[in-house]
Design a protein around this ligand. Structure first.
Ligand code: THU
Length: 133
């Protein structure tokens, strides 16, 4: 599947000298573009950025918006489809439209389809700032 192949390509760019655990994420946009993200670690361990947030921050940084998103696919070398961390679930919930398919996958090609509300029920979203700011 094209979206899984793209996520695997994204995974190749992971910078993981500490965990050696590579993760790739790709976001398909309505114009057919795939925006890639990989996990990027640091000697100061807590500063690592997960693949999911790398992809989403890249997408917004390039001027795309949540309305442009069709789906998101995440892949790692895991026994079961990789499961995003809590921080990424919070970020996905705010930056990806409700109901968007999120495909969790592994290198064996197993795929589980989920969505932002499945990943984070009762998400924090009370702070209604100016989202255009
Ligand atoms: N990681 C991700 O990039 N995404 C996930 O869904 C789970 C964890 C990264 C963070 C760190 O670089 C490495 O995997 C080990 O936790």
């Amino acid at each position: 599947m094209k979206h899984l192949d793209e996520a695997k390509k994204a995974r190749k760019n992971a910078y993981v000298p500490y965990s050696h655990f590579k993760v790739g994420a790709t976001i398909l946009l309505k114009d057919g573009t795939y925006v890639h993200g990989a996990n990027i670690e640091n000697a100061a361990y807590p500063l690592a950025n997960c693949a999911e947030r790398s992809a989403l921050f890249s997408l917004y940084s390039q001027g795309y918006k949540k309305e442009d998103i069709v789906s998101m696919t995440i892949v790692a070398d895991t026994d079961h489809p990789v499961s995003p961390c809590g921080a990424c679930r919070q970020v996905i919930h705010e930056l990806v439209p409700k109901g968007t398919p999120i495909y969790l996958a592994n290198l064996k090609g197993e795929i589980k389809e989920t969505d932002p509300d499945d990943l984070l029920p009762y998400a924090f979203e009370e702070f209604e700032g100016d989202k255009d700011a």
